[in-house]
Design a protein around this ligand. Structure first.
Ligand code: ARG
Length: 456
């Protein structure tokens, strides 16, 4: 491509370090779409003849067909996807192929291709996130009244419902979708026409190419257009945080499905056995989701580090932008699909969850609240009295609800037997009906609201 200036060829190692075709071939559809839009604009602006334009479009379409059919030969010596396609175009249509690159550089070309790819990937991931939310909503609905222990510090805190717990993840995924949406909105101006870095002397029409490729507008500054990779960093940041959410969920699945917890069961579809211990059923998918967040975080740091300190405008360093983005996108899509699958697969063990919810003096706060409400004690005093009751229950090896009234009255004489209502775990969760609370009716209302918001 630059034979005019060069006499010798590159060293083998130069060719290897320079080539990106191994990974940027994934941009082929976007590259061809960008070239078609550019070509049509060049014809409309009379920079290219209609005949040359038609030949170029036909050639590009044939190349796309060849790639789709697996017949296209990607060549390392042609460095990247742009030069591979251009070289094939020349084979197919002859010298007219050389006119396609008028008023364009690989710098604005690759920025455009990459934005299109990230945009398409955001849309696909948004769909996968919506599917995960739908699975969570279905399970939450089925278990809106299934009580389980709620934890802080992984110590039993207060009873909650399984549905309420799952709905927390619907919120997290909702924010993840919002972050990707923000990224998509900011991403959507078109670098094409910025050329190498300074714009072009040809009378191009950047509004037309931007619109043809689904962008909101052309990017305003040619230097920025070819050197901006914010969209990739933002995508990776959103992906990393989404991965953090998924890893927290995966960790809960690992804990819940463990023998000592026994809160959920996963079927054969989402577990593996052990080659030595016949009784084992391992939650490998959840463990791998938990682990893949490492790749997502690593990808974000990798690209931030590549971009740090780069002067304007394009630098070859930026060719390294695609590897982390492809890797993160693949990992995130896999994790989302695995999580959706596990949510649909998991069977909450209702009796075991209930049993666990009654342990650990989970209704101690309800008792303290009752002392405030019914006996008029200041909360701090009620807290103290309840602490003494829990201590006594511990000594006797009893749950709160099993403590005889005389034991309660020995600590606080004005307690009546009506207190036992407050110690019932179903009443406990039903009483927490403040907005956003765990009461089954609240959870059902939250599910209905989330379906409206997220499932269209
Ligand atoms: N393969 C290159 C990349 O991914 C395309 C842009 C090359 N531009 C250049 N001036 N060498 O960044």
């Amino acid at each position: 491509m630059w034979g005019g200036r060069f006499a010798g060829g590159p060293a083998a190692i130069m060719r290897r370090i320079n080539a990106s075709i191994d990974f940027d071939r994934r941009l082929h559809a976007e590259d061809i779409a960008g070239s078609k839009a550019h070509c049509a604009m060049l014809v409309a602006q009379r920079i290219l003849t209609a005949e040359d334009g038609a030949a170029i479009i036909r050639g590009l379409e044939q190349i796309q067909a060849e790639i789709d059919a697996g017949d296209f030969l990607f060549r390392e010596e042609l460095e990247d996807i742009h030069l591979n396609i251009e070289a094939r175009l020349a084979e197919l249509i002859g010298p007219a192929a050389g006119r396609l690159h008028t008023a364009r550089s690989r710098n604005d070309q690759v920025a455009t291709d990459f934005k299109l790819w990230v945009r398409g990937t955001i849309d696909r991931i948004d769909g996968a996130m919506a599917a995960l939310q739908a699975a969570l909503l279905d399970q939450a609905e089925a278990h809106a009244a299934t009580v389980m222990p709620g934890f802080t510090h992984l110590q039993t805190a207060q009873p909650v419902t399984f549905g309420h717990h799952l709905m927390a993840y619907v919120e997290m995924v909702g924010r993840d979708r919002g972050r990707l949406g923000d990224c998509r909105r900011r991403l959507n101006d078109c670098p094409l026409g910025a050329a190498a870095l300074a714009g072009t002397a040809f009378p191009i029409d950047r509004d037309t190419t931007a619109a043809a490729l689904g962008f909101d507008r052309p990017a305003a500054n040619s230097l920025d257009a070819v050197s901006d990779r914010d969209f990739a960093v933002e995508f990776l940041a959103a992906a990393a945080l989404a991965g953090t959410h998924l890893s927290r969920f995966a960790e809960e699945i690992v804990v819940w499905s463990s023998e000592p917890f026994g809160f959920i069961k996963l079927s054969d579809a989402f577990t593996t056995g052990s080659s030595i211990m016949p009784q084992k059923r391992n939650p490998d998918a959840a463990e791998l989701v938990r682990a893949k967040t490492g790749r997502l975080d690593g990808s974000l740091v990798a690209l931030l580090t590549v971009m740090k300190g780069l002067p304007l405008a394009y630098q070859k360093d930026m060719q390294e932008d695609k590897i982390p983005v492809f890797e993160a996108a693949d990992a995130l899509e896999l994790c989302l699909a695995a999580c959706e699958g596990m949510v649909r697969d998991m069977r909450p063990q209702i009796a075991r969850l209930r049993e666990a919810a009654t342990r650990g003096y989970s209704t101690a706060t309800d008792l303290a609240d009752w002392l405030v409400r019914e006996l008029g004690l200041p909360f701090r005093q009620a807290h103290h009295v309840t602490g003494a009751i829990v201590k006594r229950a511990e000594t006797l090896g009893l749950d709160l609800a099993a403590l005889p009234l005389v034991e309660l009255q020995a600590i606080e004489p004005t307690i009546t037997k009506a207190v036992y209502d407050a110690l019932d775990i179903d009443r406990s969760v039903a009483s927490r009906n403040s907005y956003g609370g765990t009461a089954p009716d609240r959870v059902r209302a939250a599910i209905a609201a989330a379906r409206k918001r997220y499932c269209r």
